[in-house]
Design a protein. Structure first.
Length: 156
């Protein structure tokens, strides 16, 4: 089976994605406003459930932390796999670029649902070469240590 994207195209796409995200970060920094209060409420540990491009569902845990205007995300998937990402919060949308431990790079836009209890983030995400937009849902937990949530469980 041929790869979806050649290494050369993937490198070019990564550079374009990084450039676009940098522009978003710069604009968001200028519009900082009430970001501190939003960061405190948004940061934490979340259960994650989503659908991969191959149609296989996944679950896991993701931790959101903020440094200034920049958000850092660390996913741990069940039964195995990790991803890291960074992004910017603008209003109630968290835009994130991420990379899996397998090298796959993607872009996600999370709609923050602050009025739900517990808080939820619903994402549409895409990777280079994929024909469809995938979905992911994060549900905030009261657990502060993501290691306590790892292991088999039913859907989010």
């Amino acid at each position: 089976m041929a790869p979806l994207v050649t290494e050369r195209k993937a490198t070019g796409m990564r550079n374009v994605l990084r450039g676009h995200l940098l522009a978003v970060v710069l604009v968001a920094t200028a519009l900082h406003g009430d970001a501190t209060a939003r960061q405190e409420a948004l940061g934490g540990v979340y259960l994650v459930e989503g659908m991969n491009p191959d149609g296989v569902a996944y679950t896991g845990v993701v931790e959101l932390t903020a440094t200034g205007a920049q958000w850092h995300l660390a996913w741990t998937f069940e039964p195995a796999g990790t991803a890291i990402g960074f992004g910017v919060l603008q209003g109630d949308v968290l835009a994130v670029i991420f990379q899996t431990d397998g090298g796959l790079i993607g872009l996600a836009a999370y709609a923050v649902e602050r009025s739900t209890t517990p808080m939820r983030l619903r994402a549409s995400w895409i990777v280079p070469g994929a024909a469809d937009v995938m979905t992911e849902t994060l549900v905030k937990t009261v657990v502060r240590d993501p290691a306590l949530l790892r292991g088999p469980r039913q859907g989010v």
